[in-house]
Design a binder for this molecule. Structure first.
Ligand code: GLN
Length: 451
């Protein structure tokens, strides 16, 4: 904990933390010490954790990267963080993120962008998003692990951009209670760490049934660390041909090929598969996610949480709502609310939202068919390495970055990103492994062998 607090001090220029909680960290470290002495510890005891700032933390400001929540001090703790503290982990503070987790570069935070500890020569790069602060805390060696959340790739893509390991569990594996909601049918919490083993240990502490989230599934949490047997002989790994998108860079393609060779050497079988509706995933996601976001974000009205705009004489309730939301939300969040209300509006519901829901089913069916042939699926995590700040001013270009991560999100499946190569500029590149619902163990086992 002392080393982490020192590293936190030294890395301030990266803008990773929104709120630092050193006193709490020291107090938690002390009780971790006590449980180590008493022999009542777990593998997470005393491990410093950086918490993405959309997990509600009792008594500690929670911003979700937005002005509209400032100041919001939750009176309760999210289940995932409560589980971590129960296991003896130590909270270092709350880390930066894209506003309401909407973004792929961490450039939408009200608190400013996080800077990726990895740079290309003199060029500063984005850490990816939305869990940019979480991955940067791990990559900058501030904390051995961090919590992230993934709605359409927000754990996996930033992990790929920073040479860290990030796992999105199956939808329903971790409780969403106390997580600031973005798109409720997609949001899922997961671990980010330096190694597959650390992710396995951390997931074990985060996961589990919770009555407070009706979508949290009551199924046993296996011993993920024990699943890392090192033996993947006979496992079938699918390579979906639709992921060979036009214009995939040769270095990403080469990394993918090399990984297939590693897996074959380790005794796994490589199987070409087809996920025919893949090209619908991005438009489907960017209808479903904003639709749910527009509904979830309706609660920020200037009355219930944090920020309220200054009003003028004669202003009424409507002005209170309008001014608060106009000043409290950033551009990307407003864009999502507009898209979401549009696709849900009476005249367009069938044409957009309903159609997207049907496509979502077809995308999930693609995977269901694939699981009859393979045990896991291997793809690149993102179509590029980390990019420079401001290099994607067009929202559509930014959304394209999620092309490999959103299909599994729509299908609710677990996925991990592991560092697998360096780009020509010396930036990390990631590979993604997807698995069957609630089979994080197989995904972790394969990733561990590849690491
Ligand atoms: N980049 C995607 C988006 O902006 C995914 C974000 C996420 O997973 N939270 O919606």
């Amino acid at each position: 904990t002392m080393a982490s607090l020192k590293a936190m001090d030294e890395a301030r220029s990266l803008n990773i933390f929104i709120t630092e909680t050193p006193e709490r960290a020291l107090a938690m470290a002390e009780s971790a010490d006590a449980s180590l002495k008493a022999g009542t510890h777990s593998p997470m005891t005393g491990i410093p954790v950086a918490v993405k700032d959309l997990f509600c933390t009792k008594g500690v400001r929670t911003t979700a990267g937005s002005r509209i929540l400032d100041p919001f001090i939750p009176t309760y703790e999210s289940t995932v963080t409560a589980n971590l503290w129960q296991a003896g982990a130590v909270m270092l503070g709350k880390v930066n993120m894209d506003e309401f987790a909407m973004g792929s570069s961490n450039e939408t935070s009200y608190y400013g962008s996080v800077i990726n500890p990895w740079r290309a020569g003199d060029v500063q790069t984005v850490p990816g998003g939305s869990s940019g602060g979480s991955v940067a805390a791990v990559a900058a060696r501030i904390s051995p692990c961090a919590t992230g959340t993934d709605t359409g790739g927000s754990i996996r893509q930033p992990a790929a951009f920073t040479g860290t390991v990030g796992l999105k569990p199956t939808y329903g594996r971790c409780s969403r209670f106390g997580m600031v909601a973005f798109a409720s049918s997609l949001d899922q919490a997961g671990p980010i760490a330096r190694s597959v083993r650390d992710c396995a240990i951390m997931l074990g502490a985060m996961a589990g049934y919770d009555q407070k989230d009706s979508t949290c599934v009551n199924t046993p949490v296996p011993d993920y660390e024990a699943a890392l047997s090192g033996d993947i002989r006979g496992l079938k790994i699918g390579i979906p041909r639709e992921y060979r998108v036009d214009g995939m860079s040769s270095e990403i393609d080469a990394m993918w090929q090399k990984a297939m060779d590693w897996l074959k050497d380790a005794g796994a079988e490589i199987v070409e598969i087809s996920l025919p509706h893949t090209h619908f995933a991005l438009p489907t996601y960017y209808i479903v996610a904003p639709a749910e976001a527009s509904s979830n974000l309706a609660r920020y009205d200037g009355v219930r949480y944090g920020f309220r705009a200054a009003l003028e004489a004669g202003d009424g309730l409507t002005e209170l709502y309008e001014k608060t939301r106009a000043e409290g939300f950033g551009d990307e969040v407003k864009r999502r609310i507009l898209m979401g209300t549009y696709v849900l509006s009476a005249g367009y519901y069938d044409a957009y939202y309903l159609k997207a829901q049907k496509l979502r089913t077809l995308i999930a069916d693609d995977f269901a068919h694939a699981w009859q042939k393979v045990d896991a699926i291997l793809t690149p995590t993102a179509p590029s390495a980390a990019f420079a700040f401001g290099s994607k001013p067009d929202p559509l270009a930014m959304y394209m970055n999620d092309v490999f991560t959103v299909p599994a999100s729509l299908a609710g499946l677990p996925g991990i990103s592991i560092p697998a190569a360096l780009s020509a500029d010396g930036l990390p590149l990631g590979l993604q492994l997807l698995g069957r619902a609630f089979d994080e163990a197989t995904v972790l086992k394969i990733a561990d062998v590849m690491e």
